[in-house]
Write a protein that binds this ligand. Structure first.
Ligand code: NAD
Length: 435
């Protein structure tokens, strides 16, 4: 018998999870239902993936009528808690995209539901499964450099593409996404908690709009597609050109690889942007460990720097990718720091991803050395494939020596730091994380 799977929230990310069933695990799984407020998006899936899933706009009805084995949750984060709890009540297995939720209240509700229904959320933190990230955990667990005492983690988003995109889509509002400290940094806080092997206790944070948000550009409006400043604004994007034909749209991946009707041309300088582009966060762990974290969305490249100081040495790693998301050059008129406009496509050179990632291990009492890990260009460094395997394929392994499998409590602790940081920024005080 195949596992009867449904997906709720059929936007960008859902395509990955649906491909996980259709292209990688079709022998053991079947896509039986799709639910989205926009049913056309579900119909597109059936057409593109040649599936025959029942289409719903009412989640309760889908659960009730289809009685699925597994619910995959790829709705926006503000819906996750409700979707998880209802799926538990319907007796389903649940795989939930990051973040677990946006608020601490919701995190507590999900934890209570896990107890009430005797079930566990498969918390899908794909970054843990990237070979580089799990190798770092392995080095820490080996004891070679002792136990972590402090960590510096800085994350950079490319201002031309990925970084700006958060300010053009629904993520631009704190109430929808929790801002970058929840929607994006939840990955990073989860990694930090996992590597530290500890529970976050206090958070203190600062956040600013230095680059995006109201007043940060000469022009501002609602959406590029209807903006009177389109001709003169260097941030104009043609993502919603009105006379683009259906055929051309398909070609550019609007409907097939992308999502029909997706609003991603909001003004990054619009009045409703209330998320930060520059954030600094300080976390104290229960056993005294410290995390210094920063996230900046206005950097000319994408990447991160990590240093973990331990009782018997230090570990460092770094990634620098000068590559906006493939395909974005089609959508954006990219402006360089010199003010020069690159029209996308062939007009804009994109460098290649590095072949390997490196971990520098520096024990106090031995010679330092490097570990090289392959950079898998596909599916978030290969993390996605491993998750599909866990959720659709071989299932959870009998032993989990790295503690790589995440559950709601891990999701709750990563959301706690981000949500707590947002409160800290607003109220200018450290926040006790009760989780
Ligand atoms: N792990 C990763 O690397 C990764 C990458 C991208 C997105 N995500 C996560 O996946 C989730 C979805 O993100 P996305 O980029 O696909 O967003 P999206 O906006 O493209 O898709 C969300 C979909 O949910 C639908 N929706 C909204 N409210 C709903 C409701 N109440 N019931 C049913 N459907 C509803 C929307 O119509 C939309 O089609 C988010 O939680 C996001 O953080 C994770």
């Amino acid at each position: 018998m195949k596992k009867r799977c449904v997906v709720v929230g059929v936007g960008n990310r859902a395509h990955c999870w649906i491909s996980g069933i259709v292209n990688y695990h079709p022998d053991t799984n079947e896509l039986v239902g799709l639910c989205d407020l926009m049913p056309e998006r579900c119909e597109d899936i059936n057409e593109v993936y040649k599936t025959n899933a029942a289409v719903y706009t009412d989640y309760d009805r889908m659960l009730n009528e289809l009685k699925p084995d597994l619910v995959v949750i790829t709705s926006p984060e503000s819906c996750h808690a409700e979707h998880i709890i209802k799926a538990f009540a319907a007796g389903c297995e649940v795989a939930c995209e990051k973040p677990l939720c946006v608020t601490l209240d919701d995190a507590h509700k999900v934890l209570a539901a896990e107890k009430d229904y005797g079930r566990k959320v498969k918390m899908c933190f794909n970054y843990r499964h990237i070979p580089l990230m799990s190798k770092i955990k392995e080095v820490l667990l080996s004891g070679e450099i002792g136990s972590p005492v402090s960590m510096d983690l800085t994350w950079y988003l490319d201002y031309r593409g990925h970084g700006a995109s958060y300010f053009r889509r629904w993520h631009r509002m704190l109430k929808e996404s929790g801002g970058l400290l929840v929607t994006k940094a939840c990955h990073h806080f989860d990694l930090a908690n996992w590597w530290m092997g500890d529970v976050p206790k206090w958070v203190f944070a600062q956040g600013r709009q230095n680059f995006f948000g109201p007043g940060k550009n000469k022009f501002s409006g609602k959406r590029c597609s209807s903006c009177s400043h389109a001709e003169e604004c260097e941030w104009y994007t043609d993502v919603c050109v009105k006379d683009r034909t259906e055929e051309l749209s398909r070609e550019l991946g609007y409907r097939v690889k992308g999502v029909r009707g997706y609003v991603r041309d909001c003004c990054p300088f619009g009045e409703d942007v209330d998320i930060y582009d520059t954030m600094g966060v300080s976390v104290e762990y229960r056993n005294g460990g410290m995390l210094n974290y920063s996230l900046n969305a206005s950097v000319p490249f994408e990447g991160w720097n990590l240093a973990i100081n331990c009782t018997n040495g230090r570990l460092e790693s770094k990634i620098t990718d000068n590559k906006p998301q493939p395909g974005w050059q089609e959508f954006f008129r990219i402006v360089g720091p010199d003010g020069k406009v690159h029209d996308g496509g062939s007009g804009y050179h994109i460098s290649h991803w590095p072949k390997d990632y490196v971990i520098h291990v520096m024990p106090h009492d031995k010679t330092a050395y490097e570990l090289k890990l392959p950079n898998i260009a596909e599916g978030h460094g290969g993390g996605d494939m491993k998750l599909y395997d866990l959720v659709y394929g071989r299932g959870e392994p009998e032993t989990d020596p790295l503690g790589i499998l995440a559950s709601a409590i891990d999701g709750a602790r990563s959301t706690a730091i981000g949500a707590g940081a947002n409160v800290s920024i607003k109220e200018k005080r450290p926040i006790d994380l009760d989780i």
